[in-house]
Design a protein around this ligand. Structure first.
Ligand SMILES: [Zn+2]
Length: 113
């Protein structure tokens, strides 16, 4: 596993200087996050093989479950059921690009080589 620092800052697991993502996504502007193909500092290739990021879906799933638990414990007993499901769905949509980006950053740093 690469360093905790490169995971938190979203930097290359090899040199910890180059950014993994070229731009952050914004769900409100319908703009998806864009990754660099290689590290701008050391040339480290982020997608080592086709399908490398399939494993990031498991990380994304875990992040989504965590967010759902937070929404569940914060709202389930206090709001009507229709509002609860609306909040769950809204959370899913709003955090989708956040999860996409962080799932890949965590995956790259878990299995850098
Ligand atoms: Zn690098």
């Amino acid at each position: 596993m690469a360093s905790f620092h490169s995971t938190i800052t979203g930097k290359c697991p090899n040199c910890e200087k180059g950014d993994i993502f070229e731009r952050n996504g914004n769900i409100f502007l319908l703009r998806v996050p864009k990754m660099h193909e290689k590290c701008t500092e050391c040339g480290y290739r982020f997608e080592k093989e086709p399908g490398y990021f399939l494993g990031a879906m498991y990380v994304s799933y875990g992040l989504t479950i965590l967010e759902m638990f937070v929404v569940f414990f914060a709202t389930f007993w206090f709001v009507p059921l229709w509002l609860f499901f609306t909040l769950i769905f809204t959370t899913l949509v709003v955090f989708s690009l956040f999860n996409f980006r962080w799932a890949r950053i965590i995956w790259i740093n878990l299995f850098p080589y």
